[in-house]
Ligand binder design. Structure first.
Ligand SMILES: [Zn+2]
Length: 102
């Protein structure tokens, strides 16, 4: 199963029609045009609030796919934030203080 990374990106692009020479793309299902990043269209297809009207013609299985895709992305971000926090605590926090001090 290749559900993340490049493949996921590819999937999103497959559901759009890139307009040659223009700065926007349109949804492959409802022809709604959008400019900006592909993530907006992902939200459009996943039926999640993301700055764009949600798609009313996206097939259920595709919608689910993008919901999954966005969830994976979110989890990934959370994980990274947690890691950053740990690193930040290691650097910024007083190293003399034991974390189990209370
Ligand atoms: Zn659409």
């Amino acid at each position: 199963m290749n559900e993340k990374g490049e493949d996921g990106k590819d999937k999103a692009w497959k559901s759009t029609k890139k307009v040659d020479g223009e700065r926007y793309f349109s949804c492959a299902f409802c022809d709604q045009k959008s400019s900006g990043t592909i993530s907006r269209l992902k939200h459009h297809l996943a039926d999640t609030p993301g700055g764009m009207k949600v798609c009313n013609k996206v097939p259920a299985n595709v919608k689910k796919e993008f919901q999954l895709l966005l969830k994976v992305f979110k989890d990934d971000k959370n994980k990274r934030n947690m890691m950053l926090r740990e690193i930040g605590a290691g650097i910024g926090g007083g190293s003399n203080k034991s974390p189990i001090d209370k």
